[in-house]
Design a protein around this ligand. Structure first.
Ligand code: HEM
Length: 540
């Protein structure tokens, strides 16, 4: 937009017949738009010919500006009339070496600041601070993912949520850009390495923080329905197959799934067995010729079930309890698989499903892991699933802080902005403290997991991750409640300025219940810690 206008020029267009306004230094011609403005014509007349930035933010969010800007913007205000923004500068080497408190630690170079710099709106390393966890490839990836999110997801997120579905083309594009491959990281099978399309980091450079960034950046949209549509089944359904499945099956199935051509989901929970996995009742009986398992039973609350071609399923092949469970890869093409969408409180676009298996004939080659050793497969996978939940819930909580801070600068009550009321600042501070503490726990867990062999991580990290899941989900629930109080009625209506908070509010239960309920997580964290620390020598 090359045209510039002076403030005086703007002021001339101040009538119903010729109505211009300025928002954030850009000039908009609303002469025609005023008739269809959802907030009415009269209110626009009041700001005709003026800078309406303050009023605009009072009633709208960034999405509205992004959507209408290309249609309504006619130019910008003369830069000399507009206060120039403070731009954060990349910290210099001199600043680095001048730090006297580095002790024996090797100081890492800070990465350039990134994002809008709303306080606590992004993790601390986005401010240009040092972090031992992130390097240039991580910084490049956060940009790669953010560009993708802003171009391909953000404009449609509300629409998909209301439609309770997303076009399959979105999933295919996610795969095409290599994000499905990246999501698996080091677990990517050899014959899928040609699907590595991520530009910011090679397969060899990839670590747990890269995977975290994909999730974290997508979750800025505050839509778990969207996140789970893309990764909910894949992220937990495919890893057990890759790790424990027969080579021929993995070689056949993994490339189809990682390329986005076919979809997979994980089926553990049943109408009557959730966190109490050892009591599941779906049966798999070996046929007389020992070539097939015949599977019968039901699974409930299965993310992506309606879309799935493959189902990684926990079944009972032996006696009661955890020693009688096995895992099978069931293929929809085998027949006898019925999927029905469930109407849930939230995560609408993710396809939460009820599944019935009726006399499904599953070849024995599709056994994942050893017979009756399925509990081990499930438990190993739980750490992975819970970490994904932690990263997502931590970002949901952060979105609450970001949205609250932004809104508190726009909304005025009792003659001053919300941010100028100490009761509101106190709310935001309480949220921010919890969010930052939670982030430290998440980053520590990612670092520890990737620094340990799998077996050690199973022993040391199970309890830690269980406690962390509770920490993340409690933080999320706390923050969304407080954010909702900041937004008031706007977070009680769907869409619009408080729409993100309204959605986040009804999606909290998708975190506190699945993957091990909060109550079970807290108890497990202590039971595990006692067991592990006794092994480390604690005399209790
Ligand atoms: C480029 C300029 C503008 C565009 C594209 C625009 C667009 C919109 C849209 C799409 C909505 C519906 C929002 C929703 O459903 O949540 C809306 C509502 C509204 N707008 Fe605007 N608007 C503009 C400027 C303004 C200005 C300058 C004012 C005030 C001076 C204003 C006041 C309102 C009000 C009061 C509402 C109703 C809010 C509510 O339902 O709570 N708009 N506008």
């Amino acid at each position: 937009m090359s045209k510039t206008f002076s403030v005086d020029e703007l002021a001339k267009h101040n009538t119903e017949k010729d109505l211009w306004i300025a928002i954030e230094g850009d000039v908009f011609d609303l002469t025609k738009f005023q008739d269809i403005h959802p907030g009415g014509k009269r209110i626009l007349k009041r700001v005709a010919g003026k800078d309406a930035t303050k009023f605009f933010w009072k009633y709208h969010n960034d999405k509205i500006l992004k959507k209408y800007k290309p249609k309504l913007q006619i130019g910008s205000l003369d830069k000399t009339a507009v206060a120039s923004k403070l731009s954060a500068e990349e910290p210099t080497e001199t600043a680095l070496s001048a730090n006297p408190t580095s002790g024996g630690y090797k100081l890492v170079k800070p990465l350039p600041p990134f994002g809008e710099q709303v306080p606590y709106g992004d993790p601390f390393w986005y401010t240009g601070a040092r972090s031992p966890y992130y390097n240039e490839t991580h910084a490049a990836l956060r940009k790669e993912v953010r560009d993708y999110v802003e171009e391909c997801l953000e404009p449609y997120v509300d629409e998909w949520d209301e439609a309770r579905d997303m076009p399959n083309s979105v999933y295919e594009e996610f795969a095409k850009r290599g994000f499905l491959a990246g999501y698996l990281g080091a677990a990517l099978p050899e014959n899928c390495k040609n699907l590595w399309k991520i530009k910011s980091a090679s397969f060899d450079q990839w670590d747990g923080f890269h995977s975290l960034i994909i999730t974290d950046e997508i979750m800025r949209l505050g839509s778990t329905g969207l996140m789970w549509n893309l990764t909910g089944g894949y992220g937990i359904g495919l890893p057990p197959l890759i790790r424990w499945g027969k080579k021929e099956v993995v070689d056949r199935v993994a490339p189809e799934v990682v390329s986005g051509k076919k979809r997979i989901c994980l089926c553990i929970t049943e109408p009557d067995a959730g966190s109490d996995v050892a009591n599941l009742t779906t049966t798999a009986v070996l046929s007389d010729d020992k070539k097939y398992f015949i599977v019968n039973g039901e699974k409930k609350w299965i993310t992506n079930g309606i879309y799935a071609d493959y189902f990684t399923v926990a079944v009972r092949t032996g006696g009661p309890g955890m020693g009688g469970i096995s895992m099978l890869l069931i293929e929809r093409s085998f027949g006898g698989v019925e999927t029905r969408k469930l109407d849930c409180m939230g995560v609408w676009a993710s396809g939460t499903t009820y599944i019935s298996f009726e006399d499904v004939k599953v070849p024995v080659e599709n056994l994942i892991g050893e017979l009756n050793q399925g509990f081990k497969v499930i438990v190993t996978n739980f750490n992975h699933e819970r970490m994904a939940i932690c990263v997502q819930a931590a970002r949901c909580a952060r979105v609450c802080v970001e949205e609250s801070i932004k809104y508190a600068h726009r909304r005025e009550t009792f003659g001053k902005r919300l941010i100028d009321h100490d009761v509101i600042r106190n709310k935001i501070a309480q949220m921010a403290c919890k969010v930052e503490a939670t982030q430290c726990g998440v980053e520590n867990a990612v670092y520890q997991i990737q620094s340990m062999p799998d077996e050690e991580s199973m022993i040391r990290m199970g309890g830690y991750i269980a406690g962390l899941k509770a920490q993340c989900t409690q933080t999320y629930e706390f923050c969304v409640r407080e954010a909702s109080q900041v937004f008031g009625g706007l977070s009680y209506t769907r869409g619009g300025v408080g729409g993100k908070i309204e959605r986040l509010f009804r999606e909290t239960k998708a975190y506190t219940i699945p993957g091990g309920s909060e109550e079970i997580m807290l108890d497990l964290s202590i039971r595990q810690a006692l067991r592990v620390h006794k092994r480390f020598g604690a005399k209790l």
